[in-house]
Ligand binder design. Structure first.
Ligand SMILES: NC(=O)c1ccc[n+]([C@@H]2O[C@H](COP(=O)([O-])OP(=O)(O)OC[C@H]3O[C@@H](n4cnc5c(N)ncnc54)[C@H](OP(=O)(O)O)[C@@H]3O)[C@@H](O)[C@H]2O)c1
Length: 255
């Protein structure tokens, strides 16, 4: 079947496109890079032509609740409208475990995104996942200031983006269920230690400073509000197994 992945150039979006193709689907990414903008609507109808399923994996780099809410609400509404118009039978939206327990900062936007799907008129499934193993590198890059590497503290139970992608393709193959099962990795980890290990793996030896970032979202994550509950489905590999399989590419010894 034809699956369009909104955010198909992103960390998990790329994995979804690859996983869908491996399963024999015709998969295409859709984002500003491919000429479709979910904020303005430009190019979106053309991108969804003949699509049976759409997977929403778009994101915005902000910790500001208002900016995040604006982005996710508008993106979801654009996608729902275009999906209805082009006869898409199922929209699968990727959200994050615990956002409603911690609806601050970036997560405020995820709550608005979920609400848009609940209120919309397209058949949907929302899948909440915990932070990706790749999240360690994403956060490290944002928390690096010249030679200074900060590592925010947070309790997480991370999952490989590839495992998320494979699960989303399975969900896409089925029917819309509204709120789907949450997914998480196999073990709780401390985010600052993940960042340390990620840097070490890349041969970067300068010290890493663990910090408690201000703001309600990060405070909530330190209190464990992003951890999965007992009903979540656990999917390997662990962060350690995943990291040991990553190529040592971008780092330079001594940095
Ligand atoms: N990272 C995590 O640990 C984590 C954990 C659980 C769930 N999630 C969720 O997974 C989703 C993807 O996260 P990610 O970390 O993979 O994101 P990412 O790497 O930052 O990628 C974001 C994607 O969104 C696209 N995009 C941004 N603005 C757009 C616009 N106006 N119109 C169309 N596409 C746009 C980007 O492509 P262009 O730049 O080409 O437009 C890119 O493909 C998010 O919903 C996030 O909340 C993330």
């Amino acid at each position: 079947m034809r699956i369009v992945v909104a955010g198909g150039t992103g960390v998990v979006g790329r994995e979804i496109v690859a996983a869908a193709r491996e399963r024999g689907h015709e998969a295409a990414g859709m984002s500003r890079t491919t000429g479709a903008d979910l904020q303005t609507g430009e190019g979106v109808a053309a991108a969804l032509r003949d699509a049976e399923v759409v997977i929403d994996a778009v994101s915005v780099a902000t910790m500001d609740a208002e900016a995040s809410t604006r982005f996710f609400r508008r993106s979801a509404e654009t996608l729902i409208g275009a999906a209805r118009q082009s006869g898409v039978r199922h929209v699968v939206a990727l959200s994050i475990v615990g956002v409603d327990r911690n609806p601050h900062g970036y997560y405020a936007g995820k709550v608005a995104q979920e609400a848009a799907y609940q209120a919309g008129d397209a058949p949907f499934t929302i899948v909440r996942a915990t932070q990706f193993h790749e999240f360690a590198g994403q956060v490290a890059q944002q928390a690096r200031f010249g030679p200074l590497q900060l590592a925010p503290r947070a309790r997480v139970q991370p999952i490989a983006a590839r495992a998320v992608a494979e699960h989303l393709v399975t969900v896409a193959e089925g029917g819309a269920v509204g709120r789907g099962t949450d997914i998480a990795g196999p073990r709780e980890e401390e985010l600052s230690e993940m960042i340390r290990a990620w840097r070490h793996h890349r041969g970067e030896r300068r010290p890493v400073f663990a910090v408690s970032l201000p703001g309600a979202q990060m405070r909530g994550m330190r209190r464990g509000l992003a951890l999965p509950d007992a009903n979540a489905q656990m999917l390997g590999p662990s962060f350690e197994q995943w990291l040991s399989a990553q190529p040592i590419s971008a780092g330079r010894a001594g940095r």
